[in-house]
Design a protein around this ligand. Structure first.
Ligand code: HC1
Ligand code: SF4
Length: 578
């Protein structure tokens, strides 16, 4: 431990700590912008490029002699720092003014309005005028992909996105381009995002402090469909939405708002409100069958879950030689879309061409997934429009619905019954736990008494576990975050470790931390609260195993036949390629 002084407080702090961290321990806030320390996922962006965290060092004679950026300055024995001098405050304000001097002046219409960290910093630092006029760029927006929008005019070169993409996700898409006022972050040679190997995981969007990177906005398409009298508009909500949507209305992170969300969707005018959890139960029926089939027939193992579209894109781009490993199951919301346009359409006498399926997802990659050629080549697209949790929040506000005071309602039936197994899809480890609950009973013929597999839970990015199933040990690998996925895939490729089943989710923590979720602004405690709520929602359910869902069983009996059978294969499975 070392002794330092911050303002008038004497402190004992660990060696190696930065001034920002030490000040935090002393309850002194030093504003930061480029700096981002997400220790839960081992991401530290320490570029010291914005200079917003300037503080003054005080020498042995008590003279304030030097301004330094607190985010990269290490504390040392006997150090004295002042964070509250006029010189430090003026330097911080000037740094923000300089950033604003060439920033587009369009806060009112910006997708990040009231969520922008630069905007809040200007307010916090009392910036009342911008004394300089910087050179303004006029880069065209990159609207090339279905998922992500890049507006380089709003890039403040903090490079958080670059650290996230390259160090956490190991995708290597983003890097600095240009110099001075012209500088921004983008794919090499500034090619359109759609031509890069971007997975659309959206983690760069989650950490971008401004609106340089945002999701493609599809709210207008949804309103258009709802207002078309010829269309029957079905909405489905992903597992992770219900534990995060409330945050957009000032509710505590981890508040479960399933019932209020269903009421809001009904009031907005959707013709039917369903749960992607139903698709997740269906996925388990298929995935557990596929796992057992592969084990019993000595086919390729491990099997990899294929629900996460960013992860699917990652394996296609980065490990094409392993493409026979992922399960061929479509993802839950795509399965639901297929069932809506076949079984549901037939049962209700609706022309599938007039059905519009809208998915509310915590994810921006789902937008691109819904447009994949192999998922749109059917007569009817599986899913027509995907909007994120944030876009749903915007729609509820637009519709003037007072979300917090809404009564609760139930999903529509049939296709609305779901189990606890499906809701845990929303967190890392959940898909595999749900699959094990079913595979256990199918493989042993015995009832599984304790459905909670603690060894498959938690926020660790890479977990290995063994689950005893009858006389077999199922070896399981779980990775969340694409850097961890890479490590796991390399182990498989090199034959270093043997697994039977593997779950990969592109976002650290799983869908609860997806790129389309309410911004957590670097606070992973929020993500942990969402995770606790997901497990609570599982405990709240009467049925906790997918194969016990009566509406799923009825669907197989009336329409699909056997799980993993011929009809199920045609409707619920796909292939991967690039
Ligand atoms: Fe997910 Fe999934 S869990 S991928 O994170 O398999 O997006 O929530 O909807 O489809 O069910 C996302 C979440 C989601 C699918 C399911
Ligand atoms: Fe990288 Fe993911 Fe952002 Fe694409 S979406 S640039 S892969 S962080």
């Amino acid at each position: 431990m070392i002794h330092i002084r911050i303002n008038d407080q004497e402190l004992k702090v660990p060696e190696g700590i930065t001034v920002v961290e030490a000040a935090h321990e002393a309850g002194v806030k030093i504003p930061t912008l480029c700096h981002l320390d997400l220790h839960d996922i081992k991401m530290v962006n320490q570029t010291a490029s914005c200079r917003v965290c300037m503080v003054e060092l005080v020498d042995a004679s008590g003279n304030r002699n030097r301004l330094v950026p607190a985010c990269v300055t290490k504390a040392h024995e006997g150090m004295a720092v002042r964070t509250d001098t006029i010189r430090a405050i003026t330097a911080r304000r000037m740094a923000v003014e300089l950033l604003l001097s060439n920033h587009p002046n369009e806060c009112f219409t910006c997708p990040k309005n009231l969520e922008c960290e630069l905007q809040s910093l200007a307010e916090e630092l009392n910036v009342r005028e911008i004394r300089w006029e910087g050179e303004r760029m006029d880069y065209p927006k990159d609207l090339s992909s279905d998922a992500i929008v890049k507006d380089s005019n709003k890039c403040i070169y903090c490079r958080r996105c670059e650290t996230m993409c390259n160090e956490v996700q190991t995708c290597g898409i983003l890097s600095g381009i240009g110099r001075g006022f012209e500088a921004f972050v983008g794919p090499a040679f500034n090619i359109p995002m759609v031509e890069s190997s971007c997975t659309y995981c959206g983690q760069c969007v989650q950490v971008c402090p401004t609106a340089a990177l945002t999701e493609a906005y599809h709210v207008d398409k949804v309103w258009e469909a709802i207002n078309d009298p010829d269309k029957h508009v079905i909405v489905q909500t992903a597992p992770a939405i219900r534990v995060a949507l409330g945050e957009l209305f000032g509710m505590e992170p981890g508040t479960i708002v399933t019932g209020k969300m269903v009421t809001a969707l009904k009031r907005m005018g959707f013709d039917a409100v369903f749960d992607t959890d139903f698709g997740a139960d269906l996925t388990i029926m298929e995935e557990a069958s596929e796992l057992i089939y592969r084990i019993q027939n000595n086919k390729t193992l491990p099997i990899l879950t294929s629900c996460c579209p960013a992860w699917v894109k990652f394996i296609e781009h980065q490990f094409p030689e392993l493409l026979e490993v992922p399960s061929t199951c479509k993802s839950p919301h795509i399965m639901f879309g297929t069932i809506a346009k076949t079984y549901y359409a037939e049962k209700n006498g609706i022309d599938p061409d007039n059905i519009v399926v809208v998915s509310i997802m915590p994810c921006i990659a789902k937008k691109a997934e819904a447009k994949r050629p192999e998922l749109t080549k059917d007569e009817h697209n599986n899913v027509d429009i995907v909007v994120t949790t944030r876009e749903l929040g915007a729609m509820i506000k637009e519709a003037g619905i007072e979300f917090v005071n809404l009564p609760e309602s139930e999903y529509d039936r049939p296709l609305g019954e779901t189990t606890g197994a499906s809701v845990i899809f929303g967190t890392t480890g959940g898909v595999i736990e749900a699959a094990v609950r079913t595979a256990y009973e199918w493989m042993t013929g015995e009832e599984l008494k304790n459905v909670e597999f603690e060894q498959l839970r938690g926020m660790d990015g890479f977990k290995k576990a063994t689950v005893r199933v009858g006389d077999k040990d199922l070896r399981i690998g779980i990775a969340s975050g694409l850097g961890n996925a890479r490590e796991l895939l390399e182990e498989i490729r090199e034959g270093k470790d043997k697994y039977d089943a593997i779950e990969i989710m592109a976002c650290p923590g799983g869908c609860i931390a997806g790129g389309g979720q309410p911004y957590h602004h670097g606070n992973y405690e929020i993500v942990k609260k969402r995770q606790e709520a997901i497990y609570q929602e599982d405990r709240n359910k009467k049925l906790r195993k997918s194969h016990e869902n009566p509406e799923i069983l009825k669907l197989y009996k009336e329409y699909l036949g056997e799980p993993f059978g011929e009809v199920a294969h045609r409707l619920l499975h796909t292939h991967f390629e690039e």
